[in-house]
Design a protein around this ligand. Structure first.
Ligand code: ADE
Length: 494
């Protein structure tokens, strides 16, 4: 008999969709900006320069401090790259940069990572820059990127498709690399079939996913690097997380040590806190959406179910999520808020230590019943003395009344961070990734995909042809404003 520990991947229950709002969204990574906007950007950058410049100009330490504070180091750049960018534009033996040189460094940093100058400024200033598709940005310095921007926007043709990493109802995720940058970093490309999204009423959620992934940059969230579309498909190009899913490792190793779980929990707390501070509820925390990088640090991915503008504890109403992780207030359909993420985090913590979620049952109706009524019991390692503080934090996170749940009070995530379960960790150091993860995912060489399911990695990596034709209305309906739009031949379709 198959063990109940060998569970299948958990499907997210899609919420019903409503009509999309009319706000024009800012464009994705490789977009152009008008001269007026560039002046605005440079003004914003001058503010950053003034903040980090000491007397005569900015030093490499000042630049690194700025990059760290803006998550540029942890999110996109290594310190070595920051110093290198500084060195590239240093005047003679000068150890400080004036504003012009500082601008150049920022451009160099942008091109290092294949993002635009405005992305770097956006990160540094936290501002949302609206871009103008008609005009050109004079500031990008990478000639290869300039070529791909001026002639045509990025398409799937611009990437080498290396491996299949995963597949779902809407499309697949592939390991890719930009053809213009063969020595560059590996990326993950998620392609989604519009016909499937229409069928399951998921168009709006894909747009929410792009918007959130594009605007929020955080060391523990998977960042969006590029987005584009054809008539039939949407493409999201994301940070590649070569360590695979927590789901994969739970299947393989069944349980994790307390130390390991503590660091994952701390990283998740910071990621969820960052979303909650922007009034975004994630709503899909589960082991499949929790990915590891090659050092063993975690990032959350897939914002398809996330909900914006949730301020109150009952600010969202839609029944959605993944059965195992659904909070009682979602099952009771009584309105929910940020607390659903803390409930799901408690559930995942329990699962990582014991091997199964707290109210697990193969029969979904029974599982729902248990979530609503069954006493929380401590199984496996959770029953031992070592886990006294784990039991306490779990009792707080898995409190059925959302207003009494840990993280749901006026102190929000700070209440969780202050719990004695985390006493051995300094959250500032967690944010800066100063703790070495206990588990480092093994890889034999760059591009080794053995941390992903062979069911997918054995398949041929290709951009499959879509056979369902959309009608004219559907084509119009699925022309996502915020994505760049190209026809099948790669020409601009707008
Ligand atoms: N699966 C889904 N998203 C992924 C990513 N960003 N990296 C690796 N595998 C993934």
């Amino acid at each position: 008999m198959k063990s109940i520990f060998n569970r299948k991947k958990k499907e997210t229950a899609p919420p019903p969709s409503s009509s999309s709002g009319g706000r024009r969204l800012s464009n994705v990574a490789l977009s152009a900006v008008s001269e007026g906007e560039m002046a605005e950007l440079n003004k914003a950058l001058k503010g950053v320069f003034d903040k980090y410049a000491e007397k005569k100009g900015i030093t490499v330490d000042g630049l690194t401090a700025m990059c760290k504070e803006c998550s540029l180091v942890e999110g996109k750049l290594t310190e070595a790259e920051v110093s290198l960018a500084f060195a590239k534009v240093k005047l003679k033996k000068s150890t400080t940069l004036n504003f012009d040189r500082f601008q150049e460094v920022c451009r160099a940093l942008a091109s290092t990572k294949g993002v635009t100058y405005q992305n770097i400024i956006q990160l540094a200033t936290g501002q949302d820059v609206n871009t103008d598709l008609e005009s050109t940005d004079h500031f990008d310095v990478d000639p290869a990127l300039m070529m791909s921007r001026q002639k045509k926007r990025l398409t799937v043709e611009d990437f080498d498709l290396l491996k299949v990493l995963g597949k779902g109802g809407f499309g697949k995720v592939m390991l890719v690399k930009l053809k213009t940058d063969p020595e560059g970093e590996l990326l993950a490309m998620k392609s989604l079939r519009k016909a499937a999204l229409i069928k399951r009423k998921q168009l709006e959620h894909t747009e929410t996913e792009r918007k959130i992934a594009q605007t929020i940059h955080h060391p523990f969230l998977v960042n969006l690097r590029y987005a584009f579309q054809t008539v039939d498909k949407l493409y999201l190009v994301l940070d590649y997380m070569g360590g695979g899913e927590i789901f994969f490792w739970l299947q393989k190793q069944r349980r994790f040590s307390k130390n390991r779980v503590r660091l994952y929990m701390a990283q998740m707390t910071l990621a969820l806190e960052a979303l909650h501070k922007k009034d975004i509820v994630y709503r899909d925390l589960k082991s499949e959406n929790t990915l590891l990088d090659l050092k063993g640090n975690l990032r959350l991915t897939d914002f398809g179910l996330a909900k914006e503008n949730v301020k109150a504890t009952k600010g969202a109403a839609t029944f959605c999520g993944t059965p195992e992780y659904l909070a009682p207030e979602v099952l009771r359909n009584e309105g929910h808020g940020k607390g659903v993420d803390w409930w799901a985090m408690g559930t995942l913590c329990y699962e990582m230590i014991h091997g199964l979620p707290p109210f697990y049952d193969q029969n979904m109706q029974k599982m729902y019943q248990k979530v609503l009524e069954e006493k929380l019991v401590w199984k496996g390692p959770l029953a031992t003395d070592e886990h006294e503080d784990t039991r306490e934090i779990l009792s707080g996170l898995l409190h059925r009344k959302q207003d009494q749940r840990l993280g749901c009070g006026s102190e929000a995530a700070d209440e969780i961070k202050a719990h004695r379960f985390f006493a051995s960790l300094d959250f500032e150091k967690v944010l800066n990734k100063e703790y070495e993860p206990e588990f480092v995912p093994p890889i034999a060489h760059e591009g080794d995909v053995s941390n992903f399911d062979k069911e997918f990695t054995n398949q041929r990596a290709m951009d499959s042809v879509v056979t369902t034709n959309l009608d004219a209305k559907e084509i119009e309906q699925t022309k996502f404003e915020g994505f760049t739009f190209t026809d099948k031949g790669g020409n601009m379709g707008e």
